[in-house]
Design a protein around this ligand. Sequence first.
Ligand SMILES: [Zn+2]
Length: 1018
Amino acid sequence: MSQQGYVATPPYSQPQAGMGLSPPHYGHYGDPAPAGAPPGMTKPAGPLGAAPGAVLPQGPPPPGPLPLGQNGAHAQGLLPQRFPAPPPASSAAPAYAQYAPTAPPSYPSPAAASPASQLGAQLQAMHVGGGSGMAPPGQGPPRPPQPAILQPGSQVLPPPPTALNGPGSPPLAPPGHRQGGLPGPAPPSAQLQPPPLPGQSPGSGYAPQQANYGPPMPGPQLAYPGGFPSGPAQMAGPPAPQRKLDPDAVPSPIQVIENDRATRGGQVYITGTRGQVPPLVTTDYVVQDQGNASPRYIRCTTYCFPSTSDMAKQAQVPLAAVITPFASVPPNEGPLYLVNHGETGPVRCNRCKAYMCPFMQFIEGGRRYQCGFCSCVNDVPPFYFQHLDHMGRRLDYHEKPELSLGSYEYVATLDYCRKNKPPSAPAFIFMIDVSYSNVQSGLVKLICEELKTVLERLPKDEQEEASAVRVGFVTYNKALHFFNVKSSLAQPQMLVVTDVGEVFVPLLDGFLVSYQESQPVVHNLLDQIPEMFADSGENETVFAPVVQAGMEALKAAECPGKLFIFHSSLPTAEAPGKLKNRDDKKLINTDKEKTLFQPQSSVYDALARDCVAHGCCVTLFLFPSQYVDVASVGLVPQLTGGTLYKYSKFQVHLDSPQFLSDLRNEVEKKIGFDAIMRVRTSTGFRATDFLGGIYMNNTTDVEMAAVDCDKAVTVEFKHDDKLGEDTGALIQCAVLYTTAGGQRRLRIHNLALSCSSQLAELYRSCETDALVNFFAKSAFKAVLQQPVKLVREILVNQTAHMLACYRKHCASPSAASQLILPDSMKVLPVYMNSLLKSCVLLSRPDVPTDERAFQRQLVMTMGVADSQLFFYPQLLPIHTMDVKSTALPPAVRCSESRLSEDGVFLLANGLSMFLWLGASSPPELVQGIFNVPSLAHVNTYMTSLPEVGSPHARSLRVVMGILQHKRPYSMRLTIVKQREQPEVAFRQLLVEDKGLDGGSSYVDFLCCVHKAVCQLLN
Ligand SMILES: [Zn+2]
C-alpha cells in the first residue's frame, strides 16, 4: 500500500488518510481570523523592530568561565539504514478492533529467541522483579536503545513484595484476579470475569456494602463509549490461549520515574550539548546554562528532529516545544542576566531579526557574523566589535551572556514600547461581586479582609524597595461601583455606573493609587464594603461590562495590568454578554457536544481580544453554586493569560484556606505584562501552531496580556525543507514584556536540537511527558470543533502509528505477538489512556459541564510538570511514611490493586488531594492524624487536617506541603473512607484502572494499541 498509512502530520488539522476516519473538520478556535487589531490598538512591532545606532555595551558581570560546547555534536552511533515504504493500512475500515466482549486480545506464546525477545524477556523479568535494571537513561546522549518488549500472556504472576508496595501493604493481586475479596495469587491462566450484572451499571452500581473491594466493573471491556472505533477484531499471529496481561509486566510510570531519579537526580544538568534529553520533570536536578535554555523554560517532545518531512510523516511523532518563558527556577539558577546595549537596543540579524545568541558565528576577524537561523551574513556594529581567539570565538565570550548562555534578558529600547513611550507600571484592579448571596455567605467579607494582607505583597522588580503596582477597587451586581481611594481623602467615595450597556470609567484621578500612599483609605473601604451591601437584595449580576470597565480603566491610565474578578453566578442581568442557562447533558455523545465547550456569545471572544490589545489580563475567581457557563466566562481569563479558579459550592468555613492561598499566590507570583512572544527557527522548519492561553492576530506573534510563571505555550513545528544533520535545528523564543516595575524587557530562550536521518535517533530522543502535554492540548483544542469521539480515535491512531513505525524501522525483528515500546515511550500508553479518560474527552454522569470546560481551559495553559501530575496523579502510601524522615514515601502506581485495606493513601493530581483511609486503617495512624479513637470517628467533611501535634500529623503535613509546592493551584483536600460514597471521585483518579463510567484500564489499552499496531504492520 501507499504511504497513506502513515500520513497525517498534525493530528487535528489534516485528515488521517487511510485510517478509516472521516476527515476532521479544520479550524483553529484559539487562533482568530487574521482580522487585525482594532484601529489604534495594535501592539508595537516589538521583536520585529530594527536596532539603529551604536553605543558602548554595558555587559553584565561575567557568568563565570564557561567552556564552549553549545554546538557539541550529537554522536551518531547507528549505521545508515534504508527506510522501506510504510506499512499499509486499511483505507476503508477503521483500523482498530473493538474490544471483543468475551475475549481479550489473544497473544501467542513468546516468540523464538530473537535478540529482541531476549531483551524483552529480560525486561519483563525486571518488571516482574520490580528491580531497577530497566535501562536507565544515561547522562547525556546518546542513550542506548532499550525498547520495552511486552509479551502478553506469557506469565501471570502476583505482584511481588517490592519496595514499591511498601512494607505495610501486602501486595494485592490485580483487580481482575480477585474474587470474593480474597487476595492472593491468581490462577496461572486467569479466567475472564463475567460482564457486569444489570444492577452494577456504571455510576449507580458502586455499592458501598460490597464485601469485596473488587473491581468496579469486573470483566472485559464492554463500555468504552466510542472509545475505540469498531472494526474487525483481527490479530496478528496465531491464536493463543486466553490470558490476562499481568499488570506488573507492563511498564510502570513509577519505575520509570524512580529510575530517572536514581540515575540523574541531584545532578547538575549542563545544557551545553545539542540535542541531549533532559532529566524527567519528576526528577530534582540543577541546571547549569551553557548555551541552551534550561528544560524548565523549554521542553521538547523530541530532542532530535527527523531531517526530512517524509520521515516526520512516517513517524508521526509530534515535533513540539513546551515553552514556559517565566518558569520559576531555584535561586541557584536565577535570575537571568540582564543585557543592556544602550540606546541601540539588542543586536539582531538584519534579515530574520533573530537576537544575538550563542548560535551566531563570528567571521572575518570578528567584523561580521553569520546568523545561525537564516545564514545571513551581518556586519557587527562598531560598538559591538571584538577580536576572535584562535578558535574563532570572541575574546569577550565569557563576559557576554548573549554569547554564552541559553537564556538572558535584554533591556528594551523605546522602539519596543507602545507609542515609543516608556511603559507605566502595571495596575491591579480588584472587582468584587456584591450580589445578595455573596454578601450573605460571608464571601465578600472574606475577600475584603484578605485583601488588606495581600496588598502588602504586590510584586516588584528585583531592585525595587516598594512595589510600583497601583491598585483600584470596583464592586458590582447589576450596576458597577467605582471607588475613589485617593490618599488625601478621609473617606473613600463611591461612583455608581448603572448604564452597563455602554460602560465608562467615571473617575480617573484617585481610582488607581499607590497602596502605600492610600493604605488608610483603602482599609477604610475594605472595612465598609461588606456593610455597604448588607441590605442589598440584588441577586442578578453582569459580567462582560465588569471586564470592559476594568479594561477601560487601564486603557485610560495607559498602563497594562490585571483584573482580579471575584464572581459567583451566571450573568443574567440585561447587559452585553448576558447568558442563559444552556447546559444540556443530552448533547453528550452527539455532534453538538462541542458546543458545550464553546462560548455562548461572541461577546466574550471580542472582549478577550480587546483586553489583549490593551495589556489587560483577567484572572477570575469563580464561586459557583450552579451552572455559570465556564465555557463563556472562562474564555476571557484563558485568552488574556489570566488564571481561572473555580470553587464549586464554596463554603466560607470549609474552603477559605484553599481560596486564600490561591489569591495570595496569584497576587505575588512572577509575571510579565503586555507580552508578545515570537518563536524563530533555523531554516528547514518553522512554528506552525501555538497552544496556550494566548491570542494571535497573525500567524507568528503570540500575544499575551500577561504571562506568569505557570503558563506554558506549546508550539508545534513543521518542516518546510530538509534539515541539516550538522547544523541541527535551532529555536529562539523571544518574549517582549513589561515588568512589575514598569520596565520594558526582552526575555530570550535559545535551544539547539539535533537532526538525524535515522528514525531510531528520533525515537531515542523523545520525551514522553512533553508528548503528553502536546497531545492533551491539541486534543482539548480540537474538541471545540470536532466530536470528542473522533478526537479520541485520532489520539489512539497516532499512538499506534508512532509505535508501529518504531517497530517497523527501529526495532529488531520480533514476533508479532510482542508489543514493542521505545525506551523513551515506555509509559506513553498509560498516559495516553489517562488522557483519553479525562472528563473532557469522556463525559461522566458525575462531572458537570462546567467542570469539563474548566479542566479543558486549565490544561490548555499547563506546563509539562503540571500536565504530568494531572494525567498521572501521585499516590503515596502514608502508612509507610517514616516519621523521622522528611522524604516522601515511595509512590505506588495509580491502581486500586495497590491499595490495601490496612493502609492510608494520599493522592494528588494538582487540582485535588485525597486522603484515602482503608477500612482497617491502623488505629494509631488514625489517632495520630485526626486525634480520634477510630476510623468511625473521622469527620470526612473537613477540608484540612486538624491541628494535631503528633509525629504522624507533622509528617503528613510535610508530605502535603511538598506535593503542593510550586503547584499553581492550591489543592482541595478530601477525606475519603474506603467504601463510602465520596470514594468515587478518588477512584476516578486511579488512572490505571478501568473507568467507573467507561474508559479502558491501562492493560486493556495496551492490548488495544497492540492490536492497532499489528494491523498497521499487516
Ligand atoms: Zn537571521
